[in-house]
Structure formats: structure tokens, C-alpha cells
Design a protein around this ligand. Structure first.
Ligand code: PMP
Length: 460
């Protein structure tokens, strides 16, 4: 090994391979090293303060300095730092957290399986759905329906459900049978003159036509994020989710609500499915479950799914699936304390109360010359950059303008994330009105600078 460079900056360039990063560009510009957090703020190695407007990766609900989570982790570490949950073993943190999730989720969703990440959770869901259909003697019922622009993870199976080109290209995905349907984003994908109701009807017809063309006996699951997150913060059109639920009922398809971003109050309701009026068969949660202080994800299934799987394990002798870290006691102890804080501080109520201020504040940018559309719900929002708002045309080359605006945001003291042509916002659930004013002010300055930049670059 080469001598380790003595600055963190140089060492990072020399040794770290970063996820979701242009590695050659990283060698040139190096890392932004974050050293500490305080409430909604984080600080970099130069001491500069930022509002974390994406709550890390859509996840740090309680902010970056919650001492109760530190205490919960330390207490559990001291008492029982690790034990597994294989083969009838159990420990209090995973038991209590499963009980809590059963209580919080819709009626009839009472059984919980833990994994370490959202991707592992969605891989587990795929295997559960396959296992379920094998248990029912329907080995051909294995295909999934997902949507373009969906994000469900990056492992081989969950990455196949994801509907984003960057996650497929040159990774040889999709690798499981999945069909991606039209992204339910009215502004971008509606045909000229099509009303929202007509758009919904067209998408539901597309889903039904696909099921019939593939054969209902082959379609096992439909997976979707109630509000799509990492693909660009897209809220569904009116009537879409109840329509999808009805199709799943009609063709005996399991409906999976990927609540990894939506869950625990993000949309102003405890879960995204509640916001949009449907009850899934399976829910997937992570991120705000522990505020990302520890890696953890939880799959919650309804009685129908559980009983079919459970009966089959009785026949086979086991459910041959699980991770060393499934239900890790420290992660579960942190998750439990985190959910207690969310309840005691009424952070889901905070999201609902601040929704109007946040969303109306964002919509004031709708007339900005850089902006095509502003969208969002609760405390999640997206601002899509467009060269021509009326024609819904993006800037060219693609993927340049939103990252530049995000760069300006960072210079203004606001960390956000660019997802394709969209600047995404998803602040910690502990934000105050004053924090939102600050976010909007910093974002406004960054958009103005972005507009000057676009003109200087000759992109308009
Ligand atoms: N599902 C959704 C909706 C997500 O947003 C993400 C992560 N952004 C995942 C799954 C994957 O989670 P992880 O990164 O923990 O694997």
C-alpha cells in the first residue's frame, strides 16, 4: 500500500470509492467533509454551516444531534451489543420495535421482518412474493410491475425494480422479470391537452393492458413509492393509487408500498399510502425509522401474506432467508427511541402543520425563469428546471443545470440534492418556520445565480 496521505482530503481522494459519484471528477475536486451536526444543521471541515435540506439522504427526521438516540445506542451496546434473530432467537429491542410498527401501520398489517437497508428489504420482498406464490402452487406467478423513475434500491433484484437508467446501464440490469410502466407524473408525461383524470385513466389502462398481455397468472407484485422520491419527487395524479389497488385485487397481485422515504410523517400523514387512500399488502420502511442513526429497514406484511408464508415454512421446515444483522438490537433500540421522539415531539404533526408554509413557499418559485414545475406534499418537494416551461422541455445537455443550482445552494449554506433535472428538498421533520424561511431564502438566491449562470453558459 502507498503511504497514507496525512490530510483527510488527500486520503479520501487516494483511497475512497464513493457511491453515486463521478470518480474522476472526485479526484479533481475532492470531498466535502462533514464533521458534525446540530439540529437541522451540519458543518464542514472548514467550519461552514449548512442547513441539511435533504435530511442527509431523506432520512434524519429528528435532526443531527439527538442525545436520546445516542443514549439508546450506548445503553443497548452495554447491555447486549449483538444478538441475532435466527431460529427462534429473540431480544427485547426487535420484539418491541416490531410491536410498535404493527401498532403504527394500517389494520391487519401485523408482522415485521427486519433488514439492514432499503435495498435488502426490497430484495426480501421480492423473495417473499415468490415464496408466497410457490406456497400457493403458482410457480409461474413471479413477475413484477414497477414504474419508470422509481427508486427501490441498487442490489441486483431491488435495482431491477428501480426504473432509472443510471442504475441499469452497464450493470446488466434488470435481472429479474419486471415491466416498468409510465411514471405517474402529470406535468411531464401527460399528452398535450390531456386532463389529469384522463392521464390517470390512461395509466391505469396501461397497467391493466400490461397485466392482460403478460397474463395475470404471471404477475405477482406491483411495487411503488406513494410519492416518488429519488427519481425526482413526483406526486401521483388523483385516483391513481385507488385504481392500482383495484387492479391488484382484480388480478390477485400483491401491492407493495415502498415507504422508505414516505414513511413516518414525510407526506403529512404517518405513511404515504394513507395520504393517497390505499392499503398495501406489504410495506417497506427504513430511513426515518432510525433517522439513519443506525442502518435498519423493516418490512411489514398483512395477515394474508404472513399466513401463506408461515404455512409454507411449516411444510419446508424453515424460511431460508435472513441477514446476520436482521433486527440488530442496537439499530432496533435506536429505532424504537426515534419513533418515541417522533411521537412525543409530534413531528408527524409538525410536518402536517408546516406543509402549507413549505409548499406555498416553494411554489413562489414556479414563475422563476429557470423553473418548469414545483411539486411536493408534506415536507418533501421538488423544483424541476426547464428551458421551456410551456413545452416542458429540459435544458440541454441534460443533468447540468440542477447540479449547478445545488452547488450554488451549498455556497449559500443549504445542502440539497439534484436528481436528474430536479432539485429535491426533504428537510428534517424538526424544522421550524424560521428554518423554512432560511431554506427558501437560500434556495431563492441559488436559483437567481443559476439563472445568471445558464445565460452566461448560453444554455437558453
Ligand atoms: N426504496 C426507496 C423508496 C428509497 O428511496 C431507497 C433509498 N433512497 C431505497 C429503497 C433503498 O434504500 P437503501 O439505500 O437503504 O438500500
Amino acid at each position: 500500500m502507498n503511504k497514507i496521505p496525512n490530510s483527510l482530503h488527500a486520503s479520501d481522494i487516494a483511497h475512497s470509492m464513493h457511491p453515486y459519484t463521478n470518480m474522476r471528477l472526485h479526484e479533481e475536486q475532492g470531498p466535502m467533509i462533514i464533521t458534525r451536526g446540530e439540529g437541522v444543521h451540519v458543518y464542514d471541515s472548514e467550519g461552514k454551516e449548512y442547513i441539511e435540506g435533504l435530511a442527509g439522504l431523506w432520512s434524519v427526521a429528528v435532526g443531527f444531534s439527538q442525545p436520546r438516540l445516542v443514549e439508546a445506542a450506548a445503553k443497548q451496546m452495554a447491555e447486549l451489543p449483538y444478538y441475532h434473530t435466527f431460529a427462534h432467537k429473540a431480544h427485547e429491542p426487535s420484539i418491541r420495535l416490531a410491536e410498535k410498527l404493527a401498532e403504527m401501520t394500517p389494520e391487519g398489517m401485523d408482522r415485521v421482518f427486519f433488514t439492514n437497508s432499503g435495498s435488502e428489504a426490497n430484495d426480501t420482498v421480492i423473495k417473499m412474493v415468490w415464496f408466497y406464490n410457490n406456497a400457493l402452487g403458482r410457480p409461474e406467478k413471479k413477475k413484477f410491475l414497477a414504474r419508470n423513475k422509481a427508486y427501490h434500491g441498487i442490489t441486483i433484484a431491488s435495482g431491477s425494480l428501480t426504473g432509472l437508467p443510471a442504475n441499469h446501464k452497464d450493470f446488466d440490469l434488470p435481472a429479474i422479470p419486471v415491466t416498468h410502466l409510465t411514471c405517474p407524473h402529470y406535468w411531464k408525461w401527460a399528452e398535450d391537452g390531456e386532463t389529469e383524470a384522463e392521464f390517470t385513466a390512461r395509466l391505469l389502462k396501461e397497467a391493466e393492458d400490461t397485466i392482460l398481455a403478460e397474463g395475470p397468472e404471471t404477475i405477482a407484485g406491483f411495487i411503488g413509492e406513494p410519492v416518488m422520491g429519488a427519481g425526482g419527487v413526483m406526486t401521483p395524479p388523483e385516483g391513481y393509487w385507488p385504481g392500482i389497488r383495484a387492479l391488484c385485487d382484480k388480478y390477485d397481485i400483491l401491492l407493495v408500498s415502498d415507504e422508505v422515504i414516505n414513511g413516518f410523517g414525510r407526506c403529512g400523514t404517518p405513511f404515504g399510502c394513507e395520504k393517497y387512500g390505499f392499503t398495501p399488502d406489504i410495506m417497506v420502511t427504513s430511513k426515518q425509522l432510525t433517522s439513519s442513526y443506525m442502518p435498519l429497514a423493516a418490512i411489514i406484511v398483512n395477515d394474508k401474506v404472513y399466513n401463506t408464508i408461515a404455512d409454507h415454512t411449516a411444510k419446508l421446515g424453515t424460511f431460508g432467508h435472513g441477514f446476520t444483522g436482521s433486527g440488530h438490537p442496537v439499530a432496533c433500540a435506536v429505532g424504537l427511541e426515534n419513533l418515541k421522539i417522533i411521537e412525543e415531539q409530534d413531528l408527524m404533526g409538525n410536518a402536517a402543520r408546516l406543509e402549507a408554509k413549505f409548499q406555498e413557499g416553494l411554489r413562489k418559485f414556479a414563475d422563476h425563469p429557470l423553473v418548469g414545475e414545483v411539486r411536493g406534499v408534506g415536507l418533501i418537494g421538488g423544483i424541476e428546471m426547464a428551458k421551456d416551461k410551456e413545452k416542458r422541455l429540459s435544458f440541454e445537455p441534460a443533468g447540468k443545470v440542477a447540479p449547478q443550482v445545488v452547488k450554488f445552494c451549498a455556497e449559500e449554506g443549504l445542502i440539497l440534492r439534484a436528481v436528474y433535472e430536479t432539485v429535491a428538498l426533504c428537510p428534517p421533520l424538526i424544522v421550524t418556520e424560521e428554518d423554512i424561511d432560511q431554506i427558501l431564502a437560500r434556495l431563492g438566491r441559488a436559483l437567481d445565480r443559476g439563472w445568471e449562470w445558464v445565460q452566461a453558459e448560453g444554455l437558453v
